[in-house]
Design a protein around this ligand. Structure first.
Ligand code: NAI
Ligand code: 13P
Ligand code: ZN
Length: 353
């Protein structure tokens, strides 16, 4: 008897475009959300978006509470939960980069409340995903969480954000190629749960972005449009899979380890992009594929070397040789690389000098 079942949880409204921040109150109305929202944001996104949206809510007779977080930690999730209870919030709105949105997402899951995702940077594909990503000591958790009820992505705000945030989002998408290779490998070797639909959607998203790389240019609002659609599509792939597998393989393990070894040195998307060059090499040897990843990254101005990340060569080697321990996720790294092999892949791909 066939007894499999699955829930694919997706946002109801995805509102993308010029000036759509002004529609936030209408989106809440459309979702029939009642009561007071708690905005979860961080310092710059607060100025850029949270305060202006709060003014619109006040004008509509709704008084939002606001909490500002600095880091994506379980403590921050706890602070938001406490603030939501203290302020008698009925739903949450995550406004900012990946960290603010992840915290709102996980807190709303804990509180069994809806949340809205308002990205102020096209820097990561967690905008619509049903996962939160949190470092915790030596490990990194991919936490099952609420997907947003709605996304409000204002391309005017996204286009005005520092350009490197957009190139980081592009690199997070380009890394889907190697994430899916790792997922297929894990399916073959470890029989992990696998969805061909999610894998195909994730790869196709990367393909479309790379095909449109010419249109991804600083100061061009259309770039934010293209990148945001790709980020949404990649998040949907994660929701279909019920895991971050379609968008997170060994290149993400490498990035998560860099976050521990060199905190704050580079953006998530940039780190996974450089990781992807090296894991593509591991998958394909000296054949051309890793060069395609590197060229796609450089065509949108994303870093392709340790120096461009602002990370020294030895830290790259340490991350490569230890990152398989970050979580129990089988990838091309298997049970880990030794130092000589790590040096070879990093040198051959030009990541270290
Ligand atoms: N849950 C998921 O599925 C996913 C989660 N992530 C997580 O997201 C995080 C990475 O996201 P990021 O956005 O790169 O990091 P982030 O949230 O730290 O943002 C990077 C910086 O950009 C600033 N910023 C945001 N909007 C701005 C604007 N309009 N103008 C000026 N500055 C602005 C932020 O204040 C922050 O200082 C990581 O923790 C990563 O693990 C990434 C991908 C998927
Ligand atoms: O960054 C992500 C996908 O781009 C999420 O991945 P993790 O599950 O590795 O945190
Ligand atoms: Zn990512």
């Amino acid at each position: 008897m066939f007894e499999k079942s699955t829930w694919i949880r997706l946002p109801r409204n995805v509102v993308v475009g010029h000036g759509v921040i002004d529609d936030a109150v209408d989106v809440v109305d459309d979702l029939h959300l009642q009561g007071r929202p708690l905005f979860v944001t961080s310092p710059t996104p607060r100025e850029v978006a949270a305060d202006p949206i709060a003014d619109d809510f006040v004008a509509a007779g709704i008084e939002p509470a606001i909490v500002t977080i600095e880091k994506a930690t379980f403590d921050a999730v706890e602070r938001v939960i406490e603030a939501a209870e203290a302020e008698d919030a009925a739903y949450l709105v995550g406004i900012g980069g990946g960290k603010a949105i992840d915290i709102a997402k996980m807190a709303s899951d804990h509180l069994s409340m809806g949340f809205l995702s308002v990205p102020t940077a096209a820097s990561h594909d967690g905008i619509v995903s049903n996962r939160g990503s949190v470092p915790d000591g030596d490990t990194r958790h991919s936490v099952a969480a609420e997907p947003p009820l709605a996304v409000v992505a204002d391309t005017e705000i996204l286009a005005e954000a520092p350009w490197e945030l957009t190139t980081a989002g592009c690199a997070d998408i380009i890394s889907n190629y190697t994430a899916v290779m790792d997922w297929r490998l894990a399916k073959r070797l470890k029989d992990v749960e696998y969805s061909e639909y999610a894998a195909a959607l994730s790869e196709m998203t990367a393909e479309i972005l790379v095909d449109n790389a010419d249109l991804v240019r600083p100061g061009l609002e259309e770039s934010s449009w293209i990148v945001t659609k790709a980020l949404v599509s990649s998040g949907v792939a994660m929701s279909i899979a019920g895991s971050s597998r379609p968008a997170s393989g060994a290149e993400h393990l490498f990035s998560h380890q860099l976050d521990r070894l060199a905190p704050g040195a580079a953006l998530h998307g940039h780190q996974v992009g450089v990781g992807s060059i090296m894991t593509a090499y591991l998958h394909g040897g000296d054949r051309g594929f890793w060069r395609n990843i590197r060229d796609a990254l450089s065509s949108i101005d994303a870093p392709t070397t340790a120096a461009e990340l602002g990370i020294d060569d030895e830290t790259v080697i340490e991350a490569l040789t230890t990152c398989h321990e970050i979580r129990d996720r089988y990838t091309i790294l298997g049970d880990g690389m030794n130092e000589r092999a790590a040096r070879e892949v990093a040198t051959k791909t030009g990541v270290i000098g």
